[in-house]
Ligand binder design. Structure first.
Ligand SMILES: C[S@@+](CC[C@H](N)C(=O)[O-])C[C@H]1O[C@@H](n2cnc3c(N)ncnc32)[C@H](O)[C@@H]1O
Ligand SMILES: *[C@@H]1O[C@H](CO)[C@@H](O)[C@H](O)[C@H]1NC(C)=O
Length: 285
């Protein structure tokens, strides 16, 4: 088990080292291309993956998890099951990649961070170390429980934008395709950032495929984002031109990163493909 894990690890590395981060910049309009940051697999990302393989080696733990999961799945959503079992940890960016995206140094400090749809807070942690106060939102109650455990304040999803707080950074990672009203969230982000310095970091899985897990019968969002095109390049461009810019944002940087999730009995890890934008309100918009 351990051995084959290691072999697959190097195969994956060899095959995907560049694929996971690759964007065909020749297919981007010039003004979009200028904002693209090229990343690569770094030590922290490798460490996360290695940890996934090590965990998969705990064969009996895995059987325990899978059994428990199939029993619990009868009456709980998948997100809640993963939260309860402390499985399904996510990885979006390393510390080094985050600093590059935000254009900050190690000793940079901000006041308020808000991470929307923070999940179990694993990705929040990467941002939290740079802020005095950390706020989060979550609809899943088991995830809220994990966030409380980590010491993060949880704000009501209808109250974080009521004007009583302003945020130097708002994280909105892998949420816009999983929530019912993504436009409402984008507009709220726009008005809740600290004037002059506030930025938001948005991650979206491409190909764009909205799916609402909680409180929805057909799992389709009430608000539809107009993301056009088929390829990663086309959809990333459309997200900028048809969603972010019309909402009054300018894009500082964007990149492509693997969205990694700790695996289960079948696989050591799962990978989706994120486009990650750093945006701020337009100067006079
Ligand atoms: C795919 S997870 C992303 C978790 C984490 N941000 C990450 O990047 O790994 C999406 C999360 O958003 C939560 N969610 C869905 N709609 C929400 C909303 N309107 N407000 C806050 N959280 C929401 C879900 O419960 C889920 O935990
Ligand atoms: C706004 O939300 C905050 C945090 O959830 C809450 O404490 C405060 O009372 C709310 N203010 C108003 C005016 O509703």
């Amino acid at each position: 088990m351990r051995k084959s894990g290691k072999i697959y690890f190097s195969l994956y590395q060899w095959l995907f080292l560049h694929m996971w981060y690759y964007v065909d910049t020749a297919k981007l309009p010039e003004d979009v291309c200028e904002k693209f940051l090229q990343f690569d697999q770094d030590e922290e990302t490798e460490h996360f993956l290695q940890n996934c393989y090590d965990k998969a080696d705990w064969f009996f733990t895995q059987i325990g998890h899978s059994l428990a999961k199939s029993v619990l799945s009868w009456f709980m959503t998948k997100t809640s099951v993963n939260g309860l079992l402390q499985r399904g940890s996510m990885f979006v960016f390393s510390d080094t990649q985050l600093k590059q995206l935000l254009n900050i140094e190690d000793n940079w400090r901000g006041e308020n961070l808000l991470d929307l749809g923070a999940g179990d807070g694993m990705v929040t942690q990467f941002m939290a170390k740079y802020f005095d106060r950390v706020y989060t939102t979550e609809v899943s109650s088991t995830m809220q429980w994990r966030l409380k455990e980590k010491g993060y304040s949880i704000l009501n999803i209808d109250e974080w934008d009521n004007g009583s707080l302003q945020y130097d950074l708002i994280g909105c990672l892998n949420l816009l395709d999983r929530c019912d009203q993504p436009m409402k969230i984008l507009n709220s982000i726009h008005k809740s950032l600290t004037p002059g310095i506030g930025k938001a970091i948005i991650a979206v899985v491409l190909p764009f495929n909205p799916y609402v897990e909680q409180d929805s019968e057909d799992h389709l969002p009430t608000q539809k984002l107009s993301v056009n095109g088929k390829t990663f390049e086309e959809q990333a461009t459309s997200f900028i031109k048809d969603v972010l810019e019309p909402t009054g944002f300018t894009v500082e940087h964007f990149t492509r990163l693997p969205y990694l999730c700790e695996g289960d009995l079948h696989k050591s890890f799962y990978v989706l493909h994120d486009v990650v934008f750093v945006i701020k309100p337009k100067e006079n918009g």
